[in-house]
Design a protein. Sequence first.
Lengths: 676, 593
Amino acid sequence: MSGSFRDPVVLRSDDEDLVDVLEERRHGSDLGFTFRTFSPPSCPAPSVSSSDLRQSVLDSLFLRHVAKEVAVETGSPLEMVMGDARSILEEMSQNLQLGFIRLMAFTLTKVFKKLFRSIFINMDGLNTLQQAVQENPVVLMPNHRSYVDFLIISYILFAFDLPVPVIAAGIPLAGMKIVGEILRRSGAFFIRRSIGSDKLYWAVLSEYVRTIIRKEFAPFEFYVEGLRSRTLKSLTPKLGMMHMVLEPFFKGEVFDITLVPISVSYDRVLEESLLAHELLGVPKPRESTAGLLKATRILQEDFGSMFVNFGCPLSVRSLCEGRIDRCRFNLRPRHVPQQPSADVQACVSWLAHLVVRLQEEGSVIGPWSLMCCQLLQNPVHVLTGDGLDWQQLSDGTVWSRRLAVDCGARLSWSGSVSDPDVMTSAAALHRSVVQRRRGRVYLLQGEEPERRRPIGSEDGVMRTAAAVLMLASYRNQALHVFVRPAMLAAALNVTRSRRREQLLGFFCFLQDVFSHEFIFVPGRSTQDFEEACFYLKKCGAVNIDDQEVTVPDSGLEVLSFLQKLLQPFIDSYQVVFRFFCEDGPQVFSEKQLLPAVRQFATKLILSGELHTYEALSSDTQKNVLSALRRLQAVTKLRASEQNEYKVNREAVRRTADVLAGKIPPQMLQATPDARL
Amino acid sequence: CGRQPGSIVGVSNHIWQIKRQEIMKWNGWGYSDSRFFFNKKGQAEFTGRRYRLSGLIIPGLKDWFESTFGASLQHKTPATVSPILNSSAVQPPTLNEAFVEELKSTGIPLSHDAEDRVFRAHGHCLHEIFALREGKFGRVPDMVVWPNCHNDVVKIVELACKHNVCLIPYGGGTSVSSALECPPEETRSIVSLDTSQMNRILWIDEKNLTAHVEAGIVGQDLERLLNESGYCTGHEPDSMEFSSLGGWVATRASGMKKNVYGNIEDLVVHVKMVTPQGVIEKSCQGPRMSTGPDVHHFIMGSEGTLGVVTEVTMKIRPMPEYQKYGSVVFPNFEQGVACLREVARQRCAPASIRLMDNEQFKFGHALKPQVSSIFTSFLDGLKKFYITKFKGFDPNRLCVATLLFEGDREKVLQHEKQVYDIAAKFGGLAAGEDNGQRGYMLTFVIAYLRDLGMDYYVIGESFETSVPWDRVLDICRNVKARIIRECKDKGVQFSPLSTCRVTQTYDAGACVYFYFAFNYRGLSDPVHVYEQVEHAAREEILANGGSLSHHHGVGKLRKEWMRDTISKVGMGMLKSVKDYVDPNNIFGNRNLL
């Protein structure tokens, strides 16, 4: 089976060279691998020990400055504040040790060989990285789709003799017995989840991060999305860490910083079912060593292949050229904290979005993702009831492969195996969700999740929803390829207009509404629109001239496919809008909102009014909330301690009307994005 | 002239004849008789008899030169024009006949000879020298005048105003800011006002320790003449062989030994300047005044845009009893900077303290003349062994500070110990007087080296800035890296020399000098590439909190950054002064604003 991806169709112009990291491990000795000489090319700066690193953080003028402020504010003596800082640092620090890297490499080799058929990496990306680590501080920025990818980068870098990174991790991992310590010694450092306004904590953390960058202690790895994506869709980047990482460049403390977007993609994600249930409100199990041991049963299962794509290194200096006036830092000592100015904020946000887009572009789309795109074009009751004709599914998938290629996707679709075999194999890999029986495919409803409360009619909905959300997340893996053309398709459909100007207006409106659903690089709306036009034209779905976009009959199939891809999102958003306008309270907290919306949507599904189960996903609901906040239809109450929000029903209704095409988007007053 | 010959203390009857080009190169740096060349054996030699290095063979230079730049002695680029200027290539002068007539009647010497005009049409920026070597002349002055005293200048300025002639004051011609370039758009007749004949010390006041000096005097003459009376000014810019007192005032010059004697603004007690509105000077010589903004500060740094400085009263000091050079080797540049910072903090800087980075250390090493005795070379070997092997200094990271102490013997020795003790705390090892002295000697010959480089496809330049202490390391690293990156981006085929040194320390910061040179083989327009890189380097300096200039001035080369540097209001202030003092832009060199 491991040969099925031997010869991947990489449909990109770049001459890439995929290598399976596990291939050698399956033949060679794991112990030999673990204990081989490890001699990465050294960073230009002399090496610093982990304790030196901690000491220079404590000695830094910045931390002293903040500590003094905290001491004055709280009335506690400075020594005590510095003591607090020291313990924060102790709790946080990594303690990278080669011995533990070896242990990690040994363990992961064993685990990966069990779980995956192959782990493919692009060698050219790794080669450019090798060059980059010798020049400037390197920041590795992978996406985060599974717990498994937490140490994958370290593992690969160790395997290819590159310096092993320091990794920003959530504090729950540190709480795991033994494992936490092993992670710490493998380079993980731990950040509390809700830091809020803890000034001292921010100071210690940011100085720690900056010191690692400044001293080029090791490559720095962090998840710019902030957390693991439950939907396998890219998340809106978090900017806090990004600011910390980039500041040494802004302030001239390093010549340049190299950002390396890394895309990790899976044929099958380990946590697929857990994630779907989390989205439906089942709390995520706490990270614990016992839990980890329990999870070892999944080692028996087959998860296909994993793809790690090292993107082209980005020079922060070149990217920031003309965007940042570095002279602004001239008039204050650099250790005195300074609110980032508008240009710095905009630039950091832009860079973060750019990296996430590049992660998307670097990710690999498997046949299963395209199959899910096809499956979800059908009503759920068909999938659970009569099933879908296999031939129809495979024809559709092959058809959409062509479309994906036209839209610039990177596919992993073996050329050496026949198409039907590829799809058969993909379906087999996902037999926990779909079943193929007598020429038809059926959606399997998940097992009953553990619940305390009595079983009601709504539980059926939840079981179906879990299965749908699993399909949806694999579809999401491919969505970044289609989203721009799909929005144009939606604009054509909703506005019934052909005028470019009008279409662009609606396109931009969709970008505003879906600003947290999909990743759009700020300030690039027009280019995104042009890109959408370009791709639709390329696949023959539209004709375009200076003024108009027209649709030939031959283009209807593509447009309909794309439109249906986006439909679940539009429907889900409309449901939440409706909830706010009809049912919902005027003031609410996020905690109250999610169950209430879920209940509202469940009712609509049961009554047959709503066809998409994706409206039940808490992720979608949160994204709607963020979008409405951005559109200022919902405002956060400043005084409130429980994150309470206030709804402006009129504004929500207007947004809903625009989305439905009842009024043109100009009526809507979108305030300029603060992040731009 | 109303001057009484008997009262004159000293006249520099040195070399500053009206025809300066007879002893100086017209298309390169310095004296005609002094230059580097590679002899038949491929060894570098320095000609002439003026410098300690003169007549010596420098065995290490060829290897350093070839390995640093990827240059080769086989690939020569000699100046395309002969050492004698071809005057037919110079555009004929645009003369204002009425002005010339009236000026002739005053008896002030003047010339419109092509050689005289070309010689005064440039400073020593790379692009200026490069063009001369190629025999290209842009707009040059139409005439040169040589006033002999203050009153001559008054007459010239009056006539210039009357006939609307553009005046460009010319002192030593060592500008590196394009300040002497004639604005190409200038349609009036341009007259170069050469101050070299105003070179007398008019009086010395031993009670107040001041000297009143004509502004055309050249640095080395001023020091020599004062020394004859047992005094010195202590103002020693690297260009002091050729630069003039008036030029120092007009550009806010800085001297190597400013830690003891101060920069030009600290040394000047009284200035006389002739402007289109008349003569500006203060009524007394009080050591400090609270009389509104100090008008001297309109004059200092005016870069020839407001008038001609004719006479200056300067502080003088008794000549130091004892001078001692010294040097310290540091394991790396970071330690060296930390040491200089500590020396500045304790305010115990010697007369001069300079820190060279590793590349410059190697450069300095390559310039060691052939040692005469086996013993010296054995000692050198021993020293090297001690530092690199015994002390574990990495030869590719270590750097060296050169020191100069001045004062009475006992205090110098005490001071020396204090500084070496501080250095020791930063891992510094004393590395002897010789290294120190050679370091300072090199500052005078380094400009000659650029001419040698230009014979072999290598062009380069130095530029400077001042920067707060906390940013010194960052600016050095970033600017050097920027130069390297820009060269690569601009298609330079060979890795450039990109090096720096910290040359002055202050309470709140330091002066940093960058040297930058590259082999331009394969480039079609090397000067343009050079200028782009220098421009980028200056942007980098500013982005890292460095100043536009510490002492070179703005000229026309750095004008574009003035507004950001001193703000819009600041520009308005300077403009309104210019508008009042010189409404018809008689002093039309268009520097600064």
